[in-house]
Design a binder for this molecule. Structure first.
Ligand code: SER
Length: 584
């Protein structure tokens, strides 16, 4: 079965069970300060899991593009990826464990025709926060999965989000489904959850009935939800009887092309290149450019790591564009931002490859200058680390140059410095996750409403070409990206700020309604053009001043916002400006 058929079957199956099909959201969560990228299908649904009414109803299904960088070191094995697609179905306070599990079983065994005898499942074993999930286990057994294939694990395996993410917000025990590849066990303890590849985790049903608060307590949610996620790539691999996701139709064209361009055989390198360039293509489709901060930094790392592996397997010329083009062709029907941004994407790949080349040349020059000064035939850890951080010069290449000059590198020392550096960036990354899946604190909600006013004010002062390109809010500040060809003048900034403050002072009511998408647009509602929208949408109106498609939440009256101040206006890429502002 082709991956596209699996997608189609999944949507159809749940649609026949009265689930509304909703579109995949942007890869960059709008108005969620806590993560850089959408990491799961439930991510854009957090307000609805918390109890807000979803315009499409209580039962939803979709496929969602996701990106996770925590497993980046694992990429290259048979199942780990940075970018992936997740098939998901949700109950927002509607059905619960029984239907969710029965439908999963029905879909896997009847529609995908997987062998029920090869299916293993795991359930939550219980701890001080929540009881053992014997209910799910019984449902599985009732369906015919014998006791020996029902496992009980702790929070690390059977709770979502996993405790290592240190998130707050909606969460709960889950039950995971694994398919036995019939490979030999890697040892006597080999069982579902083992990383050797015998058991492939294909689907996760989360029973979201708790809310984890900031002080680490678990309280009951207003409603009991179901959040499921099936990995498209992994399930396709199982269906196509392949031993890695890279051998499925999703990757085959890319892999073949990379192998053709290379002169050395190295499966891991080819996989890393395919994974990273696919992920980078999707990030670029959001019109993010490589940079040294946040999304741009992740993008840069993915591209440069892919290029480096390209060099290692003997690819001589620039190649990122050629691979990206294959990605665009493969996915353009499901994600229309790829084709729309084709030129931007390919151009950015070209520029980044050039920049990286220069970086490498500069690094090489520095090494050559330093080499004559070296007395003890050892490239010191400081020099190696400086080359690595300042010039982006990879350790393998430092080693290569060292060998050519009959020198050694203080690798141990380098690794120490590197570990310290990683610890610092890990802490930075954790900060980003702290605060939960969606921070709906008072400050964030106030700033969220302020961004709507800002959006309209920018259009009033600068012109109707202004469109929202992105937004990100933390408790400290709001950030708003928009299209505009040049820097704003001081006067323009002041005018926009004054206009927003004027509207705040007018004590405008903020009201939510549900409209048909086409009617909302006809009435002039602003839409975030990157999103695909469902037929019925949630619309927020601020007095008669602003009208925007949005999931919320917002303040009730603009007077709650406080005083609005722009603290910075800058460029982030060609034609895109960024405003940082605060309210107090
Ligand atoms: N949110 C859950 C996961 O990511 C189910 O989709 O595994």
């Amino acid at each position: 079965m082709q991956s596209s058929e699996l997608k189609k079957k999944y949507l159809e199956f749940f649609n026949n069970k009265q689930h509304a099909i909703i579109p995949s959201s942007s890869l960059m969560p709008e108005n969620d300060p806590t993560v850089l990228f959408t990491t799961a299908g439930m991510h854009p649904l957090v307000p609805y899991l918390l109890g807000q009414k979803h315009p499409s109803g209580k039962k939803l299904v979709n496929f969602q593009k996701c990106l996770r960088t925590d497993d980046i070191e694992e990429v290259g094995d048979s199942t780990h990826l940075t970018f992936f697609e997740m098939l998901g179905n949700w109950s927002l306070g509607d059905y619960f464990k029984k239907e969710a599990i029965e439908w999963s079983y029905e879909f896997l065994t009847k529609h995908l025709k997987l062998d029920p005898k090869r299916l293993h499942v795991s359930c939550f074993k219980g701890d001080k926060d929540a009881p053992k999930d014997t209910e799910s286990a019984k449902i599985w057994q009732g369906l015919g999965i014998p006791k020996e294939r029902v496992y009980f694990f702790g929070k690390k395996e059977n709770w979502w989000p996993s405790p290592k993410q240190e998130t707050t917000g909606p969460c709960g025990p889950d039950t995971e489904m694994y398919y036995d590849t019939l490979k030999k066990k890697c040892g006597k303890d080999c069982m579902p959850g083992c990383n050797c590849g015998k058991y492939v985790e294909i689907w996760n049903n989360v029973f979201m009935q708790y809310n984890k608060t900031k002080d680490g307590k678990y309280t009951g949610l207003k409603q009991k939800n179901v959040d499921t996620g099936m990995g498209l790539e992994r399930t396709t691999m199982v269906l196509q009887n392949k031993s890695s996701v890279f051998e499925t139709d999703l990757f085959q064209d890319m892999v073949k092309k990379i192998e053709n361009l290379s002169s050395k055989k190295d499966t891991r390198a080819v996989r890393i290149i395919a994974d990273h360039l696919r992920a980078a293509t999707f990030i670029l489709a959001e019109r993010i450019s490589p940079s040294n901060v946040e999304h741009g930094y992740i993008l840069r790392r993915l591209i440069r790591r892919a290029i480096r592996y390209g060099h290692l397997i003997g690819i001589k010329d620039k190649f990122a564009k050629q691979i990206s083009d294959i990605v665009i062709r493969k996915y353009k029907n499901d994600y229309n931002d790829l084709e729309r941004n084709r030129e931007f994407i390919l151009n950015e790949f070209e520029l980044e490859e050039e920049r990286f080349e220069k970086t490498l040349i500069n690094g090489l020059r520095i090494i050559q200058e330093e080499i004559p000064k070296i007395k003890n035939k050892i490239i010191s850890k400081e020099l190696a680390f400086n080359l690595f951080t300042t010039y982006g010069f990879p350790l393998e290449m430092i080693n290569e140059v060292a060998r050519e000059n009959k020198l050694k590198v203080d690798e141990m020392g380098f690794k120490e410095l590197f570990a310290k550096h990683q610890e610092i960036s890990r802490k930075g990354a954790e900060q980003k996750f702290r605060g939960g899946l969606a921070d709906h604190s008072e400050e964030v909600v106030r700033m969220h409403t302020a961004t709507h006013l800002l959006h309209q004010a920018l259009r009033d002062i600068l012109g109707k070409h202004v469109r929202q390109m992105g937004s990100n809010i933390t408790r400290e500040r709001l950030r708003f990206d928009f299209s505009h060809p040049k820097a704003m003048t001081k006067e323009e900034i002041k005018k926009v700020e004054d206009l927003v403050n004027k509207k705040i002072k007018e004590n405008l009511k903020v009201e939510r309604s549900e409209l048909k998408y086409n009617d909302a647009i006809k009435q002039g509602a602003l839409a975030f053009f990157k999103e695909k929208y469902p037929d019925v949408v949630s619309v927020y109106k601020i007095g008669d001043y602003s009208m925007e498609l949005c999931g919320g939440p917002h303040v009730k009256n603009t007077k709650e916002i406080g005083k609005f101040k722009i603290i910075k206006e800058e460029t982030i890429s060609a034609g895109v400006r960024r405003i940082k502002a605060v309210v107090n």
